[in-house]
Design a protein around this ligand. Structure first.
Ligand code: GLV
Length: 333
């Protein structure tokens, strides 16, 4: 009796060892052990040969690829929470199931958001750089390296989903007043627990906050949600933290307004043209007006293993002809 052929699963980037081992046991897994990002041609080839593709948030899976006449893909099991790298509508139209890895990176991303909320006004990275770059410093001084107090300030969270709420919990413990804008208000019990004030009008909220944290997904509806017009509503002393996706903010206008002293600063983990980072942002960081991280909000060993486990569960459930737990439908975006 011949053994049943295992489904071909192509993984675009190196994943944690334990996940790759399990994938090898379960599937005909084509792994990317040296982690060289796949070229668009290699991804196009995978789409025409694999049953399941496991891309990460940096692999663009657009309509062109998915409507290729030789596309035999049945599933895209994204290794990542955000799915703005995938044309979910085009996939759905071709009967290709899309899944993501929600929940397991909520707390890690919220930690990193909180770290940026603290790092910008307290000039942490700037201070650390003085020592790590071996520069001289005057020792403790009453007027040196002063930043701004966090406690008592107004934090406006854009997107009060899982990550937004996790940020709110942390921020509340630091004495921040919690405000938020979301498509809908959160359940009264959650709002009460978080002491959170709902703003139906994003414009009105922006004009009143000291700190703004972007925690909404990047979808066609949230592309440049912080548009040039809206960015101009933000107070001069306020600063913006973004651990969601670069595309939610009009980055060129953000840079202009910080340069002009119209916005206080920014703490960014994500960029509009990632992995490229606008050199003007780097200049602002050198001038102490921005804190920049290389998209590492969910980068914990534990989180990445749990994301891999979710990918495996999604694939196995799908291959067993059941609905995978983390299915993403166009209507959800
Ligand atoms: O940014 C990371 C993710 O969306 O998983």
């Amino acid at each position: 009796m011949s053994a049943k052929k295992k489904p071909l699963v192509v993984v675009t980037r190196k994943l944690p060892d334990s996940i790759e081992t399990r994938m090898r046991e379960l599937f005909d897994a084509r792994l990317n052990l040296d982690d060289t990002p796949m070229t668009p041609e290699q991804i196009a080839e995978a789409v025409c040969t694999a049953d399941v593709l496991v891309p990460t948030v940096t692999d663009m899976i657009g309509e062109e690829l998915l409507k290729h006449p030789d596309c035999k893909l049945r599933m895209i099991a994204n290794f990542g929470n955000g799915v703005d790298n995938i044309d979910v509508t085009a996939a759905h139209a071709r009967g290709i199931t899309v899944t993501n890895t929600p929940k397991v990176l909520t707390e890690d991303t919220a930690d990193m958001t909180m770290a940026l909320i603290l790092a910008v006004p307290r000039r942490m990275i700037e201070g650390a750089a003085i020592l790590t770059e071996g520069k001289s410093w005057p020792g403790w001084s009453p007027t040196w390296m002063l930043g701004h107090r966090i406690g008592g300030k107004r934090l406006g969270i854009i997107g009060m989903g899982r990550i937004g709420q996790a940020v709110a919990r942390r921020a509340r413990a630091f004495g921040l007043q919690i405000h938020y804008h979301n498509r809908r208000p959160v359940a009264p019990k959650i709002a009460e627990e978080l002491g959170a004030t709902y703003w139906e009008s994003l414009d009105q909220m922006l004009a009143r906050m000291d700190i703004i944290s972007v925690n909404c997904p990047h979808t066609p509806a949230t592309y440049h949600l912080l548009s040039a017009r809206r960015l101009k509503l933000i107070r001069k002393e306020a600063y913006i933290v973004n651990t969601a996706r670069g595309g939610v903010i009009d980055e060129d206008m953000l840079i202009k307004l910080i340069e002009a002293g119209e916005i206080g600063g920014a703490g960014l983990d994500v960029y509009e043209h990632e992995p490229a980072v606008n050199p003007k942002l780097v200049r602002l960081a050198r001038a102490g007006k921005a804190t920049l991280l290389p998209h590492m909000g969910s980068a914990t060993i534990e989180g990445r293993v749990e994301m891999g486990e979710k990918v495996i569960i999604n694939i196995r459930t799908f291959l067993d002809n059941h609905k995978p737990p983390d299915r993403v439908l166009p209507s959800m975006l």
